[in-house]
Write a protein that binds this ligand. Structure first.
Ligand SMILES: Nc1ncnc2c1ncn2[C@@H]1O[C@H](COP(=O)(O)OP(=O)(O)OP(=O)(O)O)[C@@H](O)[C@H]1O
Length: 250
């Protein structure tokens, strides 16, 4: 089941450096929201706040609210429970050095007790959902590291989805992939958003227009504007957004 996320008056500091400045943004349930903006503007930093991945960084300090539904993720959740609810896939596919089967069942085993029959069912359903089942069903015992980049990224998405998250965060998930694999992951993101909230960081403007319903443009740690994607691209309100979208900088 999808759940919305939002941040309210969010400031984030890496030591003395303020990387996010008073960000307030809603990310609607069951939609794809895209974060765009030039390198270093804070997109990945904001994404990592949503499941508290920044907690691991020494000197990182967060002020303001990060909400999953109506619940503050910094106050109410154990971080492991939060990361089950808010899954993440990264720029570089990172399957665990385990079998394909064990990659998918890693989370379910960790978060609950499942019989072999239940785990088999989770593997088939989840790999079918990411369009990988027919390609791997006869080699589930092969290492996840033996897959192509595109297959490995879909395995990582399956691994994240196997624990029934409400939100899936994607940090430039296609930047290391060829065009065909990119298309498959984009289709998958749209499909996943039917029953999850998807939030994606992308440098690819066409990708943002192809898959996102809402788009947020960041510049130097500020949220410049956020709007339904067709509106943001057709009629940006801020000159900086327009300049970025038309390739004047970035
Ligand atoms: N672990 C860290 N420690 C200190 N500063 C950091 C850290 N991670 C990011 N920053 C700084 O925070 C700012 C925002 O970085 P961030 O990676 O969020 O930007 P981005 O928009 O995702 O960039 P890119 O598109 O290049 O990935 C940058 O100035 C960056 O140097």
């Amino acid at each position: 089941m999808a759940e919305s996320m939002s941040v309210q008056n969010l400031n984030l500091y890496y030591g003395d450096h303020q990387a996010l400045k008073d960000i307030t943004l809603d990310m609607p349930a069951g939609k794809v929201t895209a974060f765009i903006g030039p390198s270093g503007c804070g997109k990945s930093t904001l994404l990592r706040c949503l499941n508290r991945m920044n907690d691991r960084i020494d000197g990182c300090r967060v002020e303001g609210k990060v909400l999953l539904g109506k619940t503050d993720v910094y106050e109410k959740y154990d971080v492991y429970e939060l990361r089950r609810r808010v899954g993440m896939v990264f720029q570089k596919p990172n399957p665990f050095p385990l079998s394909i089967y064990d990659n998918v069942t890693y989370g379910p085993r960790h978060y609950g007790h499942h019989s072999k029959a239940e785990l088999d069912e989770i593997v088939e359903t989840t790999l079918t959902g990411v369009g990988l089942w027919d390609e791997v069903k006869d080699k589930l015992d092969h290492s996840g590291l033996s897959l192509s980049g595109g297959q490995a990224q879909r395995l990582c998405i399956a691994r994240a989805l196997a624990v029934n998250p409400e939100v899936l965060l994607m940090d430039e998930p296609t930047s290391a992939l060829d065009p065909i694999s990119t298309g498959l992951v984009e289709e998958l993101a749209v499909k996943v958003a039917r029953d999850h909230t998807v939030i994606i960081v992308t440098h690819n403007m066409e990708q943002a227009t192809r898959i996102s319903s809402k788009c947020a443009f960041f510049y130097l740690g500020e949220l410049v504007e956020a709007a339904p994607t067709p509106e943001l691209f057709a009629t940006p309100k801020d000159k900086r957004t327009e300049d970025y979208l038309t390739g004047r900088f970035g």
